[in-house]
Design a protein. Structure first.
Length: 217
């Protein structure tokens, strides 16, 4: 059986878990936190998530894992049928990751310490967020999913990648990425309204006290 390594507070972990649940794959969860020896033995990055395939191969990097899941469990399809549609899906995922998710991490220390970030850092992250939202507005056509009538991996990726930017950006940068992307507010409500999303959110909430104790201790 496929093993998913990681912890439920991790947004990247939840992207993979969501895709596995949607596909109806059998998998087991192995709770691991970043950089622990057991994880470093599977991936020297020490990052969450990683998977171990049924044949015993270890794979990390979320977008790569998502592609692998699509390859081995093609149904229900989470990518469009055409090469262009698949490229557009990957393009959107890359923009979300590079312009929103990754830059948001640069402000996490300040956010949790309730500190004002340095002006230069705040300006850089804000520039990335505003550009990212502009590009996402150009690439999406929300009706009702990001790329049209069918749910794709980009919807799953966006749902969890938004967590950190939408948590810290309004307070630290006075900029709300959700309202800067047209139609995203309604889309977010729709994405939260499924048994899978509810289960993942509940697991995340349950893991929260243990995770907070870990990072503050
Ligand atoms: N590029 C990686 C990023 C994964 C990532 O940053 N995971 C976080 C948890 S949400 C993590 O492990 N952070 C701890 C660390 O980087 O040491 C991916 O796509 O999987």
């Amino acid at each position: 059986m496929l093993i998913l390594h990681g912890f439920a507070m991790s947004n990247y972990f939840n992207m993979v878990k969501h895709a596995l649940m949607l596909k109806g794959c059998e998998f087991s969860e192995n709770k691991l936190y970043p950089q622990v020896p057991e994880l470093l033995a599977l991936t020297a990055t020490g990052k969450i998530p990683a998977i171990t395939t049924t044949s015993g191969h270890h794979i990390s990097e979320t977008s790569v894992i998502l592609d692998y899941i699509e390859d081995i469990y093609p149904q229900p399809a989470l990518y469009p049928q055409t090469a262009e549609g698949r490229a557009q899906t990957r393009q959107l995922i890359k923009v979300i990751e590079l312009y929103l998710e990754l830059p948001s991490r640069r402000l996490m220390g300040d956010f949790f310490a309730r500190r004002k970030p340095q002006d230069a850092l705040a300006a850089e992250v804000l520039k990335s967020f505003t550009k990212g939202c502009e590009v996402i507005n150009q690439l999406t056509d929300i009706q009702p999913y990001l790329l049209g009538k069918d749910l794709t991996v980009a919807d799953i990726f966006m749902r969890y990648a938004l967590a950190i930017p939408s948590m810290l950006s309004p307070r630290l940068l006075d900029f709300d990425p959700i309202s800067a992307i047209s139609g995203l507010d309604e889309w977010q409500k729709m994405m939260a309204d499924s048994d899978i999303a509810r289960k993942i959110d509940a697991d995340q909430l349950e893991n929260r006290p243990e995770f907070m104790a870990k990072i503050s201790g």
